[in-house]
Design a protein. Structure first.
Length: 388
């Protein structure tokens, strides 16, 4: 009886496997018959990560439509299949597995958040599908995964810019660092501390908070009591906005140099202008019409369609899509050929940055520093900082 049950269970499992395989084959055939190339995109569309996820979502929609208006990819229409990864690592992993199973894509756009990409990275290795991602955490490129390519500055470069601007740019000598306690914030804080000390300044304290915290006043008070004459804040959008609000409420009137998640338009809209009076920050690029006609046209088209200004954090996916088109027009949909061609990308001039792949898959090697125009939420470009 036991053997019969086991045999019956094996038949069920085999049938399920055949059904799953059939789904993948059917999806591929459907895509081929409809003349489409389908790519997956893991986007934080809802939840607290959507401050940047919305821009990522919009920029890929725009890229898809523009690419199709210019002949598609490798002679076929481009179809981007979006999956909402919310703010959950497990949701991100399951979304990736779903896309791999359902459409078997030649390439995938991964999340814009490091914690989700770290959770998904082992599945990328198993699937052997090239992926582009925007999460900045150094922990990702230290994986040395040959299938992954970062299309925005790594957090090590962000930490360099934050620390250099606090010390060299603002001339401050006693720096306090407050950061979100995760794979994004902690390595950035450690890197910034080293750079501050190397510049001859003092780090008077490092204070962490959880992403879900609603009150960082105790940490901020400690840094004030330690004599900080400047704060470096390594945060996402909503939590960084809360830090700035608390500084205003607590009358802690010292300059703040803050990470890129707070400088994007959607996050700045969460912050009152009087809470931004002494804020400087970094963004992935200087995205403004005066950068040239291509950038001006992109900004106008984006704003006309989505009724908001584009930001460089999300717009790097627009550039990534066009890099993907260039590569796949050349080598087709073979995953290994796509990966190998992405490794050869050099001096690709995009809307946000100039892209050049290094041996770790990093494709962007500079970022921009901004202040805020008094009485407004508008960024004012100061300078660009390069990795070397």
């Amino acid at each position: 009886m036991g053997n019969k049950r086991l045999f019956g269970r094996r038949k069920v499992l085999a049938g399920a496997a055949a059904s799953t395989a059939g789904l993948t084959i059917w999806s591929q055939r459907l895509s081929a018959q409809s003349g489409e190339i389908a790519l997956g995109a893991m986007v934080p569309i809802t939840g607290p990560f959507n401050v940047s996820g919305q821009q990522y979502h919009f920029s890929l929609q725009m890229a898809q439509d523009e690419i199709n208006s210019k002949g598609g990819v490798a002679g076929k229409k481009l179809k981007i299949v979006f999956e909402d990864v919310k703010d959950s690592n497990s949701v991100a992993v399951n979304a990736y597995l779903k896309v791999v199973r359902d459409i078997n894509p030649p390439m995938v756009f991964l999340s814009s958040y490091t914690t989700q990409n770290l959770a998904t990275e082992p599945e990328v290795t198993k699937a052997q599908i090239p992926g582009m991602y925007a999460g900045g955490g150094d922990a990702m490129h230290l994986k040395k995964n040959p299938w992954l390519f970062r299309i925005r500055p790594a957090d090590g470069l962000q930490a360099l810019a934050l620390a250099k601007h606090a010390t060299e740019g603002l001339g401050k000598k006693k720096i306090g660092i407050i950061y979100v306690q995760n794979d994004f914030g902690q390595p950035g804080a450690v890197a910034a501390e080293k750079i501050v000390k190397a510049a001859g300044a003092e780090v008077v304290g490092l204070e962490a908070y959880a992403f879900t915290d609603n009150d960082m006043s105790a940490q901020l008070q400690k840094l004030k009591n330690a004599g900080a004459d400047c704060l470096i804040c390594i945060s996402y959008g909503k939590d960084g906005a809360l830090v700035l609000k608390l500084l205003k409420e607590m009358n802690i009137d010292i300059p703040v140099v803050i990470s890129s998640g707070v400088m994007v338009p959607a996050a700045r809209m969460l912050i009152a202008p009087d809470e931004l009076t002494r804020v400087n920050g970094v963004m992935d690029a200087y995205l403004a019409p005066e950068r040239g006609p291509d950038v001006a046209s992109y900004i106008k088209s984006f704003k006309d369609r989505f009724k908001i200004d584009p930001d460089p954090f999300g717009s790097c996916y627009y550039d990534g899509a066009w890099i993907m088109k260039q590569v796949m027009d050349k080598v087709g949909t073979d995953r290994t050929k796509i990966r190998d061609e992405l490794k050869l990308v050099k001096d690709y001039k995009g809307i946000t940055n100039i892209f050049a792949a290094d041996e770790l898959g990093n494709m962007v090697h500079s970022l921009a520093v901004f202040s805020i125009k008094p009485g407004t939420r508008d960024p004012v470009f100061i300078r660009t900082i390069n990795a070397s």
